[in-house]
Design a protein around this ligand. Structure first.
Ligand code: F6R
Length: 242
């Protein structure tokens, strides 16, 4: 992997936004893989500014979110559908029907993973996949024990991840127990992976993902199998790298 150490999250966001803007300029129907959580927010903000300042046409840009909670009521403000609408679709001015999020409705959950894979295939695959990493080493919501070949499917969230994400909800009891997530196999099919991590809380996970042994215990280590990975970290997250 190519590792870039930046001063802070804002600098990382500006750097990644430049890459994404260049891609969109060259390929107006680019397919973006979208992470949620706190980590990619500076990228999305910077990209919205760059799109406006360069006057880029984003009317054909497509997007696929990494994951979604299972069972939140439609329109819940913390569903990843809502988050992607609020943080990406609206600020960038993307066409909402071109931006896909896995469907976490329990009624259709049995087929939702295969349906999502089919949509990604129909779009011709993902050009750039933005990734954050959890303290458990997860990418997407592929928690430890996920198979490197896995495709979009239902997973159980670990207690640690539910605790980490409780900040977005009134209490941990409101954090769903299950999610639908792109698999490690899905993520590895993207043409370029951009893994972002900030703060000392991520240092261990980053080191194990980028330099540790390939192991299902650290799902992020799957990125070592990919020929084109950019790892963009601040100094705190990079502190334990060799
Ligand atoms: C989000 C996702 C997760 C997060 C990870 C880090 O779509 O798939 O892997 O990227 O949990 O979360 P933050 O960025 O909030 O620290």
């Amino acid at each position: 992997a190519e590792v870039v150490i930046v001063g802070d999250a804002a600098e990382a966001g500006a750097l990644v936004a430049e890459t994404l803007a260049d891609l969109i300029a060259e390929r107006p129907d680019a397919v973006l893989g979208l992470a949620t959580g706190s980590t990619p927010l500076t990228t999305y903000r910077a990209l919205a500014e760059t799109v406006a300042s360069r006057g880029l046409d984003v009317s054909r840009v497509r997007g696929f979110a990494l994951d979604e909670y299972v069972g939140l009521p439609p329109g819940h403000s913390e569903s990843y559908r809502s988050v992607i609408t609020r943080e990406v679709v609206e600020p960038l001015g993307l066409r909402p029907d071109l931006v896909h999020v896995p469907n976490g409705d329990p009624a259709t959950i049995v087929t939702a993973g295969d349906d999502y894979e089919a949509e990604i295939r129909r779009a011709g695959g993902i050009d750039v996949q933005i990734l954050g990493i959890g303290r458990t080493g997860h990418i997407g919501f592929n928690e430890p024990g996920s198979s490197f070949g896995s495709l979009t499917r239902v997973k159980t969230l670990t207690e640690a991840t539910r605790r980490d994400n409780a900040r977005f909800f009134d209490s941990i009891d409101d954090v769903p127990t299950h999610c639908l997530t792109q698999g490690l196999g899905t993520i590895l099919r993207a043409r370029h992976l951009v893994l972002l991590a900030f703060s000392a809380a991520k240092a261990e996970a980053v080191t194990r993902a980028v330099e540790g042994p390939l192991t299902a215990s650290v799902p992020g280590s799957a990125v070592q199998l990919h020929p084109r990975v950019s790892v963009i970290v601040d100094e705190d997250a990079a502190a334990r790298l060799e």
